[in-house]
Each structure stands twice: as C-alpha cells, then as structure tokens.
Design a protein around this ligand. Structure first.
Ligand code: G3I
Length: 472
C-alpha cells in the first residue's frame, strides 16, 4: 500500500522527470526559474517534508490557522491528538475523532502524516502505568496494533517510542515502562509496530540528542540494535533549541546515524528566546533556523523538518519555560517572522517572508487604477506533477476594495480539488472565486494571495489561464 508521502513523492518525481526530459534542462535550472514562495512549495521541490505540529481544536475552529497549515506545510503531526491519553483513555476504549480529523485534513490537502507517538512515559493514562509486566506488555501490543492498523496507509511514519533516554549522562529513563518491562519494552514496541504496518517508517524520537553527547550516544547504541533487527527506519531529533545554541556537532551527529543506514528527521523544532524579542534576537533566531534547515536540506537521508506549532502563541514553550518563547516561524497574527524567510531560503525558496498581504504602496502608478480595472489577479504553478499541481494566486487591488471576485476557465481537464484563502464555486471548468472573510479588504496597491491544488487526467503541462478580477 502506498503511503501519502510515497504517493506525493512519486507524483513530484514524475513531474520533475517529465518536465526535465521535455525541456532538456537540468533540475536546478528548472527550479531556478520559478522560486517557490511557500515553505511547502520549496520543500516539495527538494523532496523534503516541511511539517507542523497541529492543535486539532484550532484546526476545527480557526480558518486562518487551517489555511496557513494547508498552504505552508506538506506534512502534519498531531501535537497531542495521537498520544495514548487521547486515543485510549480507558483500557480498550478508543477515541479517534481528533486524530481522524487531522488525518482527513492531511489527505484533503495532499499532506503526509508523521504519527506521534505510541510509547511515552508522559500523557499515558494511569491505568497503563499501574499494570504488571505481562499486562503492560499486552496493553502496549493492543494499543500499537489498534492505532497503527487504523491508520495503515494513511500515517507515513511513527515515533514508536519517545524520550526513552534520561538527561542523566545517557542513562535509560527510569520510566514505568522500564521498571515493569526492562529495556526490552523498546524492542517489543518496534516489533509490534513493524508487524502492524510494515510500510510505515518507524522512528525513535528524543530531545537534547541533536549534538554529539552522552544522550545521543545512548540513542546511537539503541539505534544500532534496532536497525540490526530491521525494526527501525529513522531517528527523530526533537530540536527544542535555545537561541544561538544550535550544536556545532549537529551535522556530524546526524551523519553518524545516516551512516547506520537510517533516516534522520528534525521532529519538533522550536528555538526559544527571552521574551519580548528584539530585532537582534529575531535575526539570530533566523540564522539558527537557517542552520538547522540547511543541515536537513543537504542530507539526502533527512526526511524533513517539523516545527512544533504554527504561531508563537501556539507553542508549549512559554507555559513550560516562563519568560521565554517567540520560538516559531509565525507571529501571533499569522504574519511571517524573519525565521520564516531564512527557513524558506534554506529550503531553496525565494521571497522576503513579508506578510502574505503586502503593505499599500503610495506609488501613483499603482494607486491610480485604469477605469474599470479595480483589481488584477494572476495564477502561478508552484509544484506540478503528472496528474495535478499546486497553484498560488495573487490578487492586487488597484483601488480600495472591500471584497473581490475572480473567474477563469480551465482550457483542459484541470479541476480544483481543494483550495485555501478563497471561497466560491471552484470545482468546475469555470471557476468563480471570492475573497475569504479575512482577505477581502485591501487598500489601493495592496495584494493578497490564495492557493489551490488541481487534478488533471494526463501528463500535460499545468496551464495558467488568464484571470478576470472584479471588485465585490
Ligand atoms: O486537553 C486538556 C484540557 O481538557 C484541559 O482543560 C487542559 C488543562 O490544563 O489541559 C489539556 O491538556 C493539555 C494538552 O497539552 C492539550 O492542550 C495538557 O495539560 C498539557 O500538558 C499538554 O501539553 C503538551 C505536552 O506535550 C504534554 O507533555 C503540549 O501541548 C505539547 O506541545 C507537548 O509536546 C511534547 C511532545 O509530545 C514530546 N516532546 C516534547 C514536547 C514539548 O513538551
């Protein structure tokens, strides 16, 4: 069974091969011409995951949160919704509504899912923690089988065990798992997960293992043993980092795991600083994000990067480390931080990281529109593949607007399958779109963007129809 990521990768690889062969140009030339302007498009172009930890409640209640997650990321992880206390709060009583919401959203938006997590010492209900060795083993096996089977083919990879090593000089964590079952609980978890979903990539995940240190040495020892049994595919480096402290040994440390034949992945990236942040700190943070992203981008076996939350005010950091925060890529109002730009650039994308809605210009050439031309709109193809493509659209106001409408007709079989930051009748041959609630009011000279994916039934080049834009 093909997993979401394999499906997406095959589509992108097919498109790249086709376009390269047809045009007779090299890959780098092809992408140099059209620099990606979202994290997602940039990561797609280099075959990496750019992921985000998702709060499912916000996904359900906040349109801008939902649209930004769809536009900017090609991989999702449930921040809490797939943990044991969420999925099996009582013995044998499974609740999947939140996890299902996340997986359905990912599928609707062509995103892969990195699952988090089967076996952890935290967020595991008390009923598990009090069991004897035999009963605990059986609870673990039942839990992994049930969750992995439910999402087989839909969740691409799993953090099978999380944080099994302590912060004490690389000793194993003194958890209820270790005390009841001994170190073998880790092997049991991986064997069970492998049997339950043989196609999912299985990861061991931990924090403070980004550099070469006693804790990462213990993970290395565990990884060697699990790899030799063919029940481990990758190592997750959570990367909850502090400003200016990307470990100097990070690249070499990840490389030694790759040399074992494993994938590596940055699974929970955030970079915290003392709040409130000043411009220098935000610039340093941008450099830190750039460095981490470059390390992954340059390592063929780094599957991707997941940031642990969308906006600074979505992050767990201020609650756990009071006085610190501002650790993510987006401000509380969804505007993009300098770290967004540096991450985009390190993924090979372009753009400035300015907010999607750009400031009004006072240039008379643009502030005085031709009569009857209240707005203009253009489409551009971000990521093409054989049977589809991701597009970005820009709407520019030539006069002050309180709403806009766009329309175009596809010349061939192209049809929109899903869209963000736009409403209307979108799925037919003739598309009639309108602004979303939050991007209709534009000053003269201001622009905003929306995006969508299309499907098409052949390998033809994704077309770029002319768009008619009218004030509404
Ligand atoms: O859902 C309940 C809600 O019903 C209740 O009213 C509220 C009152 O406190 O708590 C809610 O649960 C909280 C949960 O997040 C969902 O919001 C928990 O208290 C809170 O402890 C929990 O925090 C999560 C934390 O893991 C738990 O240890 C964070 O959101 C999450 O970001 C964090 O993620 C971990 C990774 O899984 C593993 N690596 C470290 C990372 C950061 O701690």
């Amino acid at each position: 069974m093909l997993h979401n990521r394999q499906r997406r990768r095959a589509l992108i690889a097919g498109a790249v091969t086709l376009a390269t062969a047809a045009l007779g140009i090299g890959l780098s030339t092809q992408f140099a011409g059209a620099q990606a302007t979202t994290l997602r498009a940039a990561a797609d172009a280099i075959g990496k995951d750019i992921g985000v930890a998702v709060d499912v409640n916000k996904l359900q209640s906040n349109t801008q949160y939902r649209n930004t997650i769809a536009t900017e990321f090609n991989s999702l992880t449930a921040e809490n919704a797939m943990k044991w206390d969420a999925t099996e709060p009582q013995d044998g009583n499974y609740t999947f509504s939140q996890a299902d919401t996340l997986v359905n959203f990912a599928e609707d938006n062509g995103q892969s899912v990195h699952g988090h997590t089967f076996v952890w010492h935290a967020q595991t209900p008390n009923w598990v923690q009090g069991l004897n060795a035999t009963a605990m083993r059986s609870a673990m096996v039942d839990h992994i089988n049930t969750v992995a089977n439910r999402y087989e083919g839909r969740v691409d990879s799993w953090d099978v065990v999380n944080e099994v090593v302590s912060d004490n000089n690389g000793a194993m964590r003194d958890s209820f798992w270790l005390r009841a079952m001994g170190e073998g609980y880790i092997t049991t978890a991986f064997q069970t997960a492998r049997a339950a979903d043989p196609n999912a990539d299985l990861y061991i995940n931990d924090y403070s293992i980004e550099g070469d240190n006693a804790k990462s040495d213990t993970i290395y020892r565990l990884a060697q043993g699990l790899k030799s049994q063919n029940i481990l595919d990758g190592v997750g480096f959570q990367s909850h980092l502090i400003l200016g402290q990307v470990p100097s040994t990070m690249e070499a440390n990840l490389q030694r795991f790759v040399d074992l034949g494993l994938k590596v992945r940055i699974t929970e990236l955030d970079i915290r600083l003392n709040t409130p942040a000043d411009a220098n700190e935000l610039a340093q943070q941008a450099e830190d994000y750039r460095r981490v992203t470059e390390i992954c981008a340059e390592l063929a076996d780094c599957s991707g990067i997941t940031v642990w939350g969308l906006r600074d005010n979505d992050s767990w950091v201020p609650g756990t480390f009071p006085g610190t925060g501002a650790a993510l890529l987006f401000n509380d109002d969804f505007s993009k931080k300098p770290a967004y730009t540096s991450t985009l650039n390190a993924l090979g994308g372009g753009g400035t990281g300015e907010p999607t809605t750009t400031p009004a210009t006072t240039d008379p050439a643009t502030s005085t529109p031709p009569p009857g031309d209240g707005c203009t709109a253009t489409l551009s193809v971000q990521s093409p593949w054989n049977t589809g493509a991701t597009y970005s659209a820009t709407v520019k106001a030539n006069q002050a607007l309180t709403g806009w409408r766009v329309t175009w007709t596809w010349p061939g079989s192209e049809r929109i399958s899903n869209a963000w930051s736009v409403t209307g009748t979108l799925t037919g041959a003739t598309v009639t779109g309108a602004n979303a609630a939050y991007n209709g009011t534009l000053a003269a000279g201001q622009s905003t963007t929306f995006g969508f994916n299309i499907t098409k039934n052949d390998g033809s080049t994704a077309s770029v129809p002319t768009v008619t834009c009218t004030p509404a």
